[in-house]
Design a protein around this ligand. Structure first.
Ligand SMILES: C[S@@+](CC[C@H](N)C(=O)[O-])C[C@H]1O[C@@H](n2cnc3c(N)ncnc32)[C@H](O)[C@@H]1O
Length: 351
């Protein structure tokens, strides 16, 4: 799929479908793709949100939020700040304090976002939406998966075929982490291991990549697109949704986390940029700029244009209040949304 960018020849070789989902590509930075700020050009924000989940695990909304995989995905140098935040003692020095605050704030934001997505996912794979029975999704595709640990932490996915799609450099980094010291070896995924498809949404062919790893368009799929939309242009978001819709049969569900436009978010990012420059700390957002924000109405229209009906769209502040978790970052919570949209056809809608 080429949205705004031009299409290149494949940089990556897939092993045959059915083989463990592995990708053969260069170690280190993936050539030909726009590098992000982390290891080998991988996403740095994927690490930040993983740190946020590690901070929240066992401390915030303990009866509803749980992510024991987050800490396991982090490298030793990324765990230090998590331990500080969990200990509640801010470090000395500007730069360290800035990182501390960023990770602490991220922990707060990740809880309502994760809980809302987990619940929508459970409904889809459990074949229920509230009191309604719906077709059960038998496949899960995580778009821009980063260090998402759902396949390893959710027993509900035991009978579900899971596919992880991500930017090639970020996916390479995750596979390295999975391999490193076999951190997740003991836990293991409850079902079959996810299959991995490296895709840059700005230039690669998502449709072909999913076919090559065995995704079946005739079987209901639940799609999770969490924390990725802001990094894509509107054209890339629409083009990706077109492929998702084309590979979705009735009973499929698309769960999108996106940001609403807000001046405060822009000013906050600018302030953060200045602080990271002054304190000489790496800015996790420097190589992952925000490219699109959507009003709920614009998101609903875009989804409807591709056949998806919005079931619910909540901002994270509302979700956080429902969970009765402490709210310190009202504005950034208010800007984040989780929308749950289904592909309906009257005859298929109920069983
Ligand atoms: C903030 S992280 C979110 C990761 C994960 N979904 C989560 O919530 O933990 C952003 C993710 O978007 C991915 N991403 C950003 N731009 C992308 C692109 N053009 N193509 C594919 N993935 C992209 C990054 O690789 C990264 O995994």
């Amino acid at each position: 799929m080429a949205a705004d960018g031009e299409r290149d020849g494949p940089m990556i070789t897939f092993l045959p479908v059915g083989a463990p989902a592995v990708v053969a590509c260069n170690r280190g930075r993936v050539r030909g793709h726009r590098p992000m700020g982390g290891h080998g050009g991988a996403s740095r924000t994927a690490v930040l949100v993983c740190q946020g989940r590690a901070v929240a695990h066992g401390r915030i909304a303990v009866d509803r939020f749980d992510d024991p995989t987050a800490m396991m995905f982090l490298r030793a140098d990324e765990r230090g700040v998590v331990e500080w935040v969990r200990g509640g003692v801010p470090p000395r020095g500007w730069g360290a304090r800035l990182e501390f605050e960023m990770v602490r704030a991220c922990g707060e934001v990740m809880v309502p976002r994760t809980v809302a997505i987990d619940e929508a996912l459970r409904e889809a794979v459990g074949g229920a939406d509230g009191d309604r029975e719906v077709r059960r999704a038998e496949q899960l595709v995580v778009l821009g998966a980063g260090l998402d640990g759902r396949p390893w932490r959710m027993p509900e996915l035991a009978g579900v075929a899971v596919f992880e799609v991500d930017h090639p450099a970020s996916q390479r980094d995750k596979l390295d982490r999975l391999g490193d010291a076999d951190r997740l070896g003991d836990a293991g995924p409850p079902g079959t291991a996810p299959r991995f498809a490296p895709v840059d949404f700005s230039r690669d062919d998502l449709d072909a990549a999913l076919t090559s790893v065995g995704h079946r368009p005739t079987v209901p799929t639940v799609w999770i697109w969490e924390g990725v939309v802001p990094y894509l242009t509107r054209g890339q978001v629409a083009a990706t949704t077109r492929v998702v819709a084309g590979r979705s049969t009735p009973g499929s569900r698309l769960i999108v986390h996106y940001h609403a436009p807000a001046l405060s978010a822009l000013l906050g990012r600018l302030a953060g940029r200045v602080l990271t420059i002054v304190s000489r700390r790496p800015d996790p957002m420097a190589r992952e700029p925000n490219r699109s924000a959507w009003t709920p109405a614009a998101m609903r229209r875009m989804l409807a244009a591709h056949g998806f009906t919005v079931r619910r769209d909540d901002d994270l502040l509302t979700l956080a209040r429902r969970l009765a978790v402490p709210v310190r970052h009202r504005q950034s919570l208010r800007n984040g949304h989780v929308v749950v949209a289904d592909l309906l056809v009257a005859d298929f809608d109920t069983v």
